[in-house]
Design a protein around this ligand. Structure first.
Ligand code: SF4
Ligand code: SF4
Length: 220
């Protein structure tokens, strides 16, 4: 997303300040993760920012530094990043600065679900965090304001960088393949609210009841 200039992140961040829920979700996942929120530790999730977003963050805070991989697997993740992206690490949850969170922090655990026909249908989650992220097992707590800001932020980004739509369309297809193997439907928060499920083999999106969505790991 290097077509978005660093100074534009001021407006993008201002348009995406809504909290994911009225609960402090970190207090639910941290006890299962050595006392730290799962998405705030690079052992679990490494925030990725474009060079321009990194430039913007550096200009207004010293919260972030370039992430230094500790293992061979982590080195591989860093090496495989697109050339215009940087892996970052913050000072930790105790020193979090809400207004200086990356877009990765703000959107987690969701990504924009894009259909085969290029429609931005809603919010799906990064499924490899099912066993660790409390929010994924409790989609009913996601605030409508968060959904609204998530959608308007990605619509803005897709207008500026149309290639990003393709990236998330591919990611959505990967989730359909994975869930098809597991014979499960994909939970979705609709872009205008409400809950849906994607039938992975056909891509059909149909209404769903949030109470029917599965709970995972320690949140069962
Ligand atoms: S979004 Fe998920 S992983 Fe991150 S703090 Fe909340 S419950 Fe934990
Ligand atoms: S900036 Fe805040 S939300 Fe983002 S990883 Fe650090 S502690 Fe977590």
């Amino acid at each position: 997303m290097s077509d978005v200039k660093s100074e534009e992140y001021e407006v993008i961040y201002a348009g995406f300040e809504a909290a994911i829920s009225r609960y402090d979700c970190g207090q639910y996942c941290a006890p299962h993760n050595g006392g730290e929120p799962v998405c705030c530790t690079t052992r679990n999730a490494i925030p990725i920012a474009t060079v321009e977003e990194w430039k913007f963050l550096k200009s207004r805070t010293d919260l972030w530094h370039i992430y230094q991989p500790r293992t061979k697997a982590e080195r591989k993740i860093k090496e495989e990043l697109p050339h215009d992206c940087r892996a970052l690490e913050c000072k930790g949850a105790a020193l979090c600065e809400r207004h200086n969170r990356t877009l990765s922090c703000r959107t987690f655990p969701f990504y924009p679900y894009i259909t085969k026909g290029y429609d931005f249908a809603g919010l799906a989650y990064y499924w490899n965090f099912e066993d660790r992220c409390w929010v994924i097992s409790n989609l009913q707590i996601v605030e409508q304001e968060f959904v609204r800001e998530f959608v308007s932020t990605f619509e803005l980004l897709f207008r500026k960088v149309p290639g990003e739509l393709e990236v998330f369309r591919d990611h959505s297809a990967s989730q359909r393949r994975a869930f098809s193997r597991w014979k499960r439907t994909i939970p979705l928060i609709g872009r205008d609210g409400g809950y849906f499920e994607v039938v992975p083999n056909t891509g059909e999106i149909r209404p769903a009841k949030v109470e029917d969505f599965l709970k995972h790991g320690p949140y069962k």
